[in-house]
Write a protein of this length. Sequence first.
Lengths: 208, 167
Amino acid sequence: MGPVGRTLLPVLAAALFFGCRGAAAGRAQQGPDAADVLARMHMLDQMVISAAELAPDRSGRDEVLAYAERLQRDHTFADHQVASVARRLGIHLEAAVSRMKQAMTHVQNGPASPAGARKGRSRSPGRQLEAMARLEARVEHLKQVRGSAFDDAFVQTMLAAHEMAVRSLSAAEPGVEAAPLRRLLSRMIPILEQHVALARSLQEQLRS
Amino acid sequence: MDGRRRPRWVELVAEGILVGFLAGALMALVAMIRSAAVGLGFWLPMKLISGLYFGVDTLLGGAPAVVLGIGTHLLVACFWGIVFALVTRGRLLLPFGFAAGLAYGAAVWAIMTYLVLPWADPTMLARANVAMNWFFFYHLVFGITLGLGSSLAGRHSFALRQAPAPA
């Protein structure tokens, strides 16, 4: 290697090193991925709808049935909006969902968000995936219970799911760059908050 | 002088109540049909109006929430009908009735959305925000019906006032 090569090589290596670090920092500063946010919303909608569909056969309380019906209607409507925004942004929703599910399986099988932690990103996406995986397990559990056990578990699960959704979507909202998605979030978060308030009020009724 | 007697305020109030009631009923029907069409439920708009009394729990309300919602909606519609009749004094010709109704509907929408609902019924406002263009459209339906109805009612009562007294 000649003297020019010996001088250039460290410069090139330094450029590569700092370039990569800059790109990584840029990724970390970027807003949340629209496809991820939409996939999360779609998965929440589907999970809530499938849980609410269980209620007519398993619950005997009018308030719980009314809550389940409200959830089913609202989340079906919301899911249409999610699909419409995904189409407008050119996002393949099912592909984004399957990526998310793969990540959930990875999180379930391994330590929390190893990739995210290595790259210096926030650990919260990993935690959110863990929480979603736990919620899916709780929805599965709903299929095995009836009567008051179902009512308690259903309301608790819906409360947890909606609280998590409000937290994660509210955190994502300010960083979202796509205007249709930001509009959708600003419209849907208050509806999710209503579902949280209803679940809390139902929880108190079930306790008394 | 066209020999036309100025309507008494009692007549205007009666006209406002009648036309406001009809316009409110049509507005409610349009809102409920659209709500049912998108899968949110036929009675949801009326339940949301009851959010004024029950807060967010109105979403799980049954018949009482619906009945109270219908009653409140029609009462408010009659109020806006009376205001419209008193402002226009029953003198609107048909094309002006349409235009005035359109503008009045938009004004009622603005007042309800920005001044009344934020403190009276946030539950409803959150839902209205999801489809604000439709919420605006319902108020235009109300205003146009009010304007056209007032023009027709004004013409009818004018004809009655012109008719010779029965022997």
